[in-house]
Design a protein around this ligand. Structure first.
Ligand SMILES: *[C@@H]1O[C@H](CO)[C@@H](O)[C@H](O)[C@H]1NC(C)=O
Ligand SMILES: *[C@@H]1O[C@H](CO)[C@@H](O)[C@H](O)[C@H]1NC(C)=O
Ligand SMILES: *[C@@H]1O[C@H](CO)[C@@H](O)[C@H](O)[C@H]1NC(C)=O
Ligand SMILES: *[C@@H]1O[C@H](CO)[C@@H](O)[C@H](O)[C@H]1NC(C)=O
Ligand SMILES: *[C@@H]1O[C@H](CO)[C@@H](O)[C@H](O)[C@H]1NC(C)=O
Length: 354
């Protein structure tokens, strides 16, 4: 008997078992003898549940997948847009527990308060570096992926440029390389970026543009690499051979770059002409749309994202992003009142008190 036939006859047996159940206990006992699997028989009232579980196990045998999907593929597939694009943010424990209102909550508030941003959360994948942040992510009913970190502790707050901070950033680069290798485009966003408007209209949707990356301050010339103060806290990247090669080359620098953070390493590679050698087409994003504390957008009426860059600690970022939320609400309440961003005092002070 081949597999399909045996499955079929098995189903017939199941079906007859089901019919017999309707007839009463006497028949049930007959079936019990016929098949040990049915020894733990439910009462007739629980029958639907019993049938459901048996048909489910059959569905599983019939729908054998041609290949084994890995966990990352599953997370990406369920999160991505039709264009195979995901929004990726990475958190650790510090981002979900620190302070009265942790960073992840403020980040999510941005999507809630922003214009046309609520639906984007459907395409947001939270990458958790430890169990606590993973648990928090699941609790918030988001798309979550637990990073595997072979015994490294990424739990606490990583002060800017500490060794742990640098290691965590490298781990991030490795993970994102893996996402590209799975064939997914993504927007990477730090969680200290508020999404106040849907950024997609301000990003060019063209596969021939490999990477569109934010800068600390915009010096004009969106297509020229020269002296661009890039910031890896927000960028969109398309998955292709060139970008995969870029990320591989970037990560390969890890051991030769002691004391440098991955962002500086990317800047160095760019200055050494790696983008040109790989044929990478890069666009540098105007702070008018992709704003930050280093250089505020001149126009709240068009701004998409606000990044708490130029800031050293999480608590300072939380304080100053909360002010941004207040500014935004003030703007929404009355858009004819002249608008000014609140000063980023917490972040300015964060550099003084070491
Ligand atoms: C997805 O692709 C369609 C066309 O293929 C385009 O209109 C749309 O803007 C894209 N959406 C995103 C989020 O990239
Ligand atoms: C994408 O960019 C390329 C090169 O600039 C151009 O030839 C092409 O028409 C663009 N495609 C779309 C859909 O805009
Ligand atoms: C990379 O290039 C190879 C051939 O050179 C091609 O088969 C493959 O699909 C490309 N992969 C991507 C991600 O573009
Ligand atoms: C860096 O060094 C470690 C330990 O020597 C090694 O296991 C790892 O493969 C190296 N990584 C890279 C990207 O070269
Ligand atoms: C908005 O502010 C302007 C100027 O202060 C004021 O004249 C107007 O009444 C306000 N509108 C609302 C809806 O509060």
């Amino acid at each position: 008997m081949d597999l399909a036939q045996s499955q079929k006859s098995h189903q017939i047996v199941n079906f007859s078992v089901a019919s017999l159940l309707f007839l009463g206990f006497l028949y049930v006992f007959v079936c019990n003898e016929a098949n040990v699997n049915y020894l733990i028989l439910p009462t007739p009232f629980q029958k639907p549940q019993f049938l459901a579980s048996s048909s489910k196990s059959h569905a599983a045998t019939f729908n054998m997948k041609p290949y084994e999907k890995d966990e990352l593929e599953e997370a990406l597939a369920e999160t991505s847009t039709q264009n195979k694009t995901v929004i990726i943010a990475m958190v650790n424990k510090a981002y979900v527990v620190l302070g009265d209102k942790p960073m992840l909550d403020i980040f999510l508030d941005g999507f809630w308060l922003g214009e046309n941003t609520r639906n984007l959360v459907d395409h947001l994948l939270i990458v958790a570096a430890d169990q606590t942040s993973y648990d928090r992510c699941k609790y918030l009913r988001l798309h979550c992926y637990k990073l595997k970190t072979d015994g490294v502790d990424f739990v606490g707050e990583k002060l800017y440029m500490s060794e742990d901070f640098i290691n965590m950033m490298w781990r991030r680069t490795l993970f994102l390389t893996n996402v590209l290798k799975h064939g997914y485009n993504f927007i990477f966003t730090d969680t200290d970026v508020l999404w106040l408007r849907n950024p997609f209209p301000n990003l060019i949707q063209n596969q021939s543009i490999d990477i569109q990356i934010s800068v600390d301050s915009f010096i004009g010339h969106p297509w020229s690499e020269r002296r661009q103060p890039i910031n890896t806290g927000f960028y969109m990247i398309n998955s292709n051979n060139k970008t995969i090669a870029l990320f591989d080359s970037w990560y390969a620098q890890k051991n030769q770059s002691k004391g440098l953070k991955e962002q500086d390493v990317l800047v160095n590679l760019m200055r050494q002409g790696l983008f040109r050698r790989l044929g990478i087409r890069a666009r540098f994003l105007d702070t008018l749309y992709f704003s930050g504390f280093c250089q505020d957008s001149r126009d709240v009426k068009v701004v998409s994202t606000v990044h708490a860059n130029c800031c050293r600690s999480i608590s300072a970022k939380v304080t100053d992003l909360t002010s941004v939320i207040h500014d935004w609400k003030r703007f929404l309440a009355n858009q004819t009142v002249p608008f000014r961003w609140s000063p980023h005092r917490g972040c300015m002070d964060s550099w003084r008190h070491r």
